[in-house]
Design a protein around this ligand. Structure first.
Ligand SMILES: Nc1ncnc2c1ncn2[C@@H]1O[C@H](COP(=O)(O)OP(=O)(O)O)[C@@H](O)[C@H]1O
Ligand SMILES: [Mg+2]
Length: 151
């Protein structure tokens, strides 16, 4: 268990997942990669190019990326002590599940830790779409952490 990839969207469930990942990393002397994927606005605007036309995509992406970086910067200190655990924070742009899967391939991750639900809770679905797609396409085992009941 050398490399563990943790998918972070800033939601309480992803925080719970990250805490779990820190415990595992400590037990197995693993390194951690905290990954947050900025949803590429192009995905959203697909087939709606008339809306996208007036928008400076580069600056939108820039500010979304900064926002996610800040989120990770504030997120990490809320975790249990990371002393002696090598870790990195990574922000990429794209389709979140694809970004998580390809990062796991690149890093040769031994485990992906992810929350079952994120921010856009749609209660009728059992899994969130990101977690579902990661479980389906991951190159390694995936640990899915349940949300707290009161959420
Ligand atoms: N953009 C993202 N970047 C990194 N991880 C993400 C991202 N979106 C979701 N995740 C991970 O997937 C988990 C489940 O989220 P998701 O499948 O999006 O559920 P929901 O549909 O409820 O938002 C989160 O707890 C988090 O671990
Ligand atoms: Mg989500």
């Amino acid at each position: 268990m050398k490399n563990i990839l943790v998918a972070v969207d800033g939601s309480p469930t992803s925080l719970k997942a990250a805490k779990q990942a820190v415990d595992i990393a400590r037990k197995y002397s693993s390194s951690l990669t905290f990954l947050s994927v900025v949803k590429d606005p192009d995905i959203f605007f697909e087939g709606r190019s008339e809306i996208a036309a007036g928008i400076d995509m580069e600056s939108v992406l820039d500010s979304l990326t900064k926002q996610q970086k800040n989120m990770l910067d504030e997120f990490i200190p809320t975790l249990p002590d990371l002393t002696d655990i090598p870790y990195e924070k990574v922000v990429t742009i794209g389709d979140p599940y694809k970004g998580i899967v390809s990062m796991a391939e690149d890093k040769k991750s031994d485990l992906i830790v992810i929350g079952r639900r994120g921010y856009s809770k749609i209660k009728r679905l059992f899994f969130g779409s990101v977690s579902k797609n990661v479980v389906t396409h991951a190159p390694c085992p995936v640990l899915v952490i349940m949300e707290d009941e009161d959420e």
